[in-house]
Design a binder for this molecule. Structure first.
Ligand SMILES: [Zn+2]
Length: 76
């Protein structure tokens, strides 16, 4: 007989169910977050970071240059 398989992995569950925002026990619906609010907070961070990096790598100035058709640039 083996009683080991009868024991659920409580440790793994507890760690995974911890809300990374407020460190409260997360719910199954919004895991690993505890509520939709916390899930949104994390999502907002993600979007903000991704947006910043994307805009930082592709400056709009580069597109503006030479975008005008038939325009002669006179410098000096
Ligand atoms: Zn939370």
């Amino acid at each position: 007989m083996t009683d080991r398989s009868n024991t659920p992995p409580l440790r793994a569950v507890r760690i995974a169910a911890k809300c990374p925002i407020c460190e409260k026990p997360g719910t199954v619906q919004f895991r690993p977050f505890c509520s939709k609010r916390c899930a949104n907070v994390d999502l907002g961070r993600w979007l903000k970071e991704g947006y910043r990096v994307a805009t930082d790598e592709a400056p709009a100035e580069d597109e503006g240059e030479g975008a005008e058709p038939g325009s002669t640039r006179q410098t000096g």
